[in-house]
Design a protein around this ligand. Structure first.
Ligand code: GDP
Length: 322
């Protein structure tokens, strides 16, 4: 093993870069912190959508077209539930259901979410270490003009249609970060922290809302590199750009960089955003950031690692992080 890389990731966009990183780094060198602000209980099951997207992607089980859930999934449970008049707005495939049932069983038996995630990772043969951002519950909630919504009500049931006025990460202030992650961030071994191209509001900021996480990333000696989830003012998938506009933030790569400015050494923007003006002290790295193929994912991973290595070699990093 060489020096470890810590990736901060949500679901679909995050998992794409995480897969690229896992393929260009030596086995075991990648540690991923996954967002659990989307977690919820549904039909009695403990569901962790972003952790599952990461596990399915890294194990090769992910559905490449839908972007969530498992490939070659069947839907007998859903059809039977519908026939009984049960709620069907949140789709649960038959094989996916096994994941939720097993997680629920282990949690009910007293295991922590990190222990359950570790067990599932090993069973799925995933070499990359994956940790939830916390073992304590943090729940992303969104305020519309009329009410506060739970995350999945907003994201899946209402298909991100309501205009968002405010976002809260309930429980984040009191949540503890994972000790293994804090040890990595505080040690000398880490090669880089990579903030993946995930939705800032729904995937990255719930993680950064845990005070210990944000403080440890801000103080760590390793270079911190983020990749823009916004290309030419648009999200590749999902409501990121729409939410930015609704929250009064310009939908641009530069605006994402500004949100993470105090943490960043370098920010990777797409070739389409080559003119983006970034906050002072943040190196602008230009590359092709649209990940359609596995080759795209690996190429972007190499760009990110090269950016980190050049930051740590540079005097500026030493100046900012003595
Ligand atoms: P979720 O938790 O499943 O919604 O997924 P994430 O938050 O991890 O990812 C959603 C974000 O990923 C959106 O803002 C997308 O624009 C971004 N994204 C998805 N695919 C790509 C890609 O190929 N390149 C880049 N740069 N961003 C992407």
């Amino acid at each position: 093993m060489s020096k470890p890389v810590l990736a901060i990731a949500g679901g679909i966009g995050g998992a794409k870069l995480v897969l690229g990183l896992s393929r260009v780094l030596e086995q075991g060198d990648l540690v991923v912190v996954g967002n659990t602000g989307d977690d919820f209980n549904h039909l009695g099951f403990a569901i962790s959508p972003d952790l599952d997207t990461l596990l399915y992607t890294l194990s090769g089980l992910a559905d490449p077209v839908r972007g969530w859930g498992r490939r070659r999934e069947t839907w007998k449970f859903m059809a039977a539930l519908e026939a009984l008049g049960g709620p069907t707005w949140f789709r649960l495939g038959d094989a996916d259901l096994a994941m939720h049932a097993e997680r629920t069983r282990r949690l009910a038996a007293g295991e922590s979410l990190s222990a359950v995630t570790e067990a599932l990772r090993q069973k799925l043969g995933v070499a990359t270490r994956l940790l939830p951002m916390s073992d304590d519950p943090v729940r992303t909630r969104l305020r519309t003009s009329t009410e506060w919504l739970d995350f999945q009500d907003y994201f899946v049931r209402l298909r991100c249609e309501p205009e968002v006025r405010e976002i809260a990460y309930a429980g984040a202030g009191a949540a503890r970060a994972m000790p293994q992650v804090l040890d990595l961030l505080r040690g000398d071994e880490l090669r880089a922290v990579v903030i993946c191209p995930s939705n800032p509001f729904l995937s990255i900021e719930p993680i950064l809302a845990i005070p210990e996480m944000r403080a440890a990333i801000a103080a760590c000696r390793a270079p911190v590199v983020a990749v823009s989830p916004i290309i030419a003012g648009q999200a590749v998938k999902g409501p990121t750009a729409k939410m930015m506009r609704e929250l009064g933030v310009e939908a641009s790569a530069a605006a994402v960089a500004r949100r993470y400015a105090d943490l960043l050494d370098a920010f990777v923007v797409d070739e389409a955003d080559a003119g983006a003006i970034l906050p002072e002290g943040v190196a602008r790295i230009i590359g092709r950031t649209l990940m359609l193929t596995l080759g795209d994912r690996k190429r972007l991973a190499r760009i990110v690692l090269a950016a980190a290595d050049s930051c740590s070699a540079g005097a500026r990093a030493a100046e900012r992080k003595p």
